[in-house]
Structure formats: C-alpha cells, structure tokens
Design a protein around this ligand. Structure first.
Ligand SMILES: [Zn+2]
Length: 382
C-alpha cells in the first residue's frame, strides 16, 4: 500500500510566497534544475546561438531566462489551481519539483467535465505564454536589442515544449488527465480510467528511462540523466495517483462511526509534559491523546508536539501550552465519510481527529486506523 497518500510526496520544501490563498513551495530538487538550466544557458546555449558577447552578459541573460522559465512553470500550475478553485475545490499548496509543479489537490474533481477543464488549462496557458514571449522577442528585435530577443525566443520555445510534454496522454501529465476525464465520462468509472491512463503514463516513463540510458551510452550524459530522472518521477506519481483513487473509493461509502476508537485515554490540561511522556506515551503507546477537563474537550496533544522539546521544557511546560486547541479543523462528525476524514487529515497535516457529536467527544479517528481498515477491507473484498 502507498506509504503516504495525498502527500505526493511528503517532503518539506521552502515556502516562497502566497498567491490567491495558495502557498507556492519549492522542493529542494528545484535548486538542481535551477543551476542546471542557468549553467547550460549561460555557458552552452546563449554563447553558441549568439556569439560575441562577454561572459557576464551570458550569465545575466541566463539568469533572466531561468527566472522567467521558473515563472512560466508557476503560471502553468496556477492555471490548474485557479480553475479548480473556480469549480469549488480547495487548493492549499503548489510544490515545484525537478521538472515542473504539482498542485496539491486535497480532493479529486467531482465530474469528468471538471477534471477536463482543470487539466486542459495547463498546456493552454503554456502556449499562451509562448505567444507572449514570441511577441516580446519580436518587439526586442525591432528595437535592435537582438541579444535580449534571443532570450525571449528561447522562453517562447521552452513554453511550447512544456505545453507539448504535458499533452502526452499518460497520467499524471495533463494529457493523461484529459484522457482520464474522457474515459471516466465514457465508462463511468474513475478507478478504471485512472488505471488505464496511469498504465500509459508508466509505459511512457519507462520509455524515457530506456532512451535516457541509450543517450548516456552514446555520450550524451546530461540529457540522458535528465530523461531518467523525469521517467522515475513520472512513474512514481502515476502509481501513487492510481493508489489514491482506489483508497478514496474504499473510503467513500464508510462512516467515521464504523472505524473510530471509542475507548479513549484522555489527559488533563494541567499535566506536566514530562508526566505526559512517562504516564501516557510510554505507558499506552498511542501517539496522541484528547485533552479533557471536567468532561469538557479542550483539544488534542500528540507526539509531534512533544518530541522536539528540551528536557527543561518538558519539565516546565503543561499540556495546555503545547496542545492543538479544539477547532472545527480537528473534528469530524460520526456520520461523515472516511474520505472526508482523510481529506481533513491531509489538509490539517494531522494524524488523528476528534469525533464530535453535538459538542460531545464520542471517539477518535486515526490515520493508522483508517489505513488498517482499508487493508482489511482489501483482504476480504479482493
Ligand atoms: Zn499541468
């Protein structure tokens, strides 16, 4: 089973900025691509295409081109997110990876039509950017800034390439999503549509890796490594996407009540953190506890809030000071579906939620419990 679904992939990145309520994050892998592109433009492409300038001019042009390429990828990804938001979905975050971006959709499109619209705007925005950069290149040529014009025509070309690459009909690429929307609409089954298109995606990924290997043997080391990287990444996301759909389906028809834990061990808000560790974490082995005072629920405290404290803090701090206070975000209702519960866990980055019924805690639902349930269900229902 997938280790961390919904968190494609669950690595930390650097938060850049927020736009329209969406956090733009760069994965560390992006620095590799940044330096690679900057270097290959400043030392390779521009000097070859446009000889006779000094090194500083090439690096300057390379830097502008790399930054605008980066901006192009952000705009491509934003177009997906903005369309999704328009269609009533929630997008929290876009993470930029080694060769592009992934919008962290905390939910799937509800209909094939929505899926189609969200997918198709990506390549369209890349093509639109290509036209804009082409126009800019034309204007710069007319103004006799021919070196800068070369930079912009490169950007125009790279956006066409980005658009075309994304149109390849294998999931998770945009073209694969368009095809998935079509098959979903035809067959009525998102699971089957995802299976087929992610198989195509994986096939394409393997082809990239094979071609990359041949390139390496024929002396084109850098290009070959690129292709193998992209292939590995695509394969991984294609597989994850399919698993995610299966899990979502398994969770859709089951209520929280059926899976929640009702026998809970709760802790007092006035307890010292060191006591919480010795008398609860080490004793019961659960990774989180509801915090209660006179039968009233105040919040939850979990291992992640404790593990980085110093010995002194553990001795001086109380549970009340470190817990996550009660809010709508950490609660679900007993009749909500498991799919809703999981969505909330992903959105809040929590591994457990309180189950509230008329302001009374009636249980606790954990990510581990949820996945155990899927595993068991799979075992008995094939
Ligand atoms: Zn896209």
């Amino acid at each position: 089973m997938p280790s961390k679904k919904g968190e494609v992939p669950g690595r930390e990145g650097i938060n850049l900025f927020r736009i329209a309520g969406i956090q733009i994050t760069i994965d560390f892998s992006w620095f590799i691509i940044f330096i690679l592109i900057l270097w290959s433009l400043s030392v390779g492409y521009f000097p070859k295409e446009f000889p006779g300038q000094n090194a500083l001019a090439y690096w300057f042009a390379g830097l502008i081109a790399t930054l605008l390429f980066f901006l192009s990828v952000v705009i491509h990804e934003l177009s997906h997110s903005l369309m999704a938001i328009r269609l009533g979905m929630k997008i929290n975050e876009i993470t930029l990876f080694i060769f592009g971006g992934i919008s962290k959709l905390s939910e799937e499109a509800r209909t094939p039509q929505d899926e189609f619209k969200i997918a198709v705007v990506g390549p369209l925005s890349s093509f639109a950017l290509a036209i804009v950069f082409r126009g800019a290149a034309g204007a710069l040529t007319a103004l006799q800034f021919s070196f800068m014009a070369a930079v912009f025509s490169y950007l125009s070309w790279i956006n066409v390439a980005l658009g075309v690459f994304n149109l390849i009909p294998g999931f998770p690429l945009d073209g694969g999503r368009v095809l998935r929307a079509f098959l979903w609409w035809k067959t009525g089954s998102i699971a089957r549509a995802t299976k087929w298109t992610s198989d195509i995606g994986k096939g394409f990924a393997v082809a990239l890796m094979v071609i990359g290997t041949f390139q390496i043997f024929s002396g084109r080391l850098l290009g070959g490594i690129w292709m193998i990287f992209i292939g590995m990444f695509l394969r991984w996301v294609a597989e994850g996407g399919y698993q995610e759909v299966l899990i979502r389906q398994a969770l859709e028809g089951v209520s929280v009540r059926e899976v929640m834990v009702t026998q809970m061990v709760s802790v007092s808000p006035e307890m010292k953190v060191s006591d919480l560790i010795s008398s609860f974490f080490l004793k019961y082995g659960y990774t989180g506890y509801p915090v209660m005072e006179n039968d009233e629920i105040l919040g939850v405290v979990s291992l992640s809030q404790v593990k980085d404290l110093t010995d002194e803090e553990k001795e001086n701090r109380k549970v009340r000071e470190i817990m996550t206070a009660l809010s709508k975000e950490i609660c679900v209702g007993p009749e909500d579906s498991l799919a809703d519960a999981l969505k909330k866990m992903i959105q809040q980055n929590m591994s457990r939620l309180l189950v509230l019924d008329k302001n009374q805690v009636v249980g606790l639902i954990t990510k581990t419990g949820l996945f155990r349930f899927i595993e068991i269900k799979r075992l008995f229902e094939g």
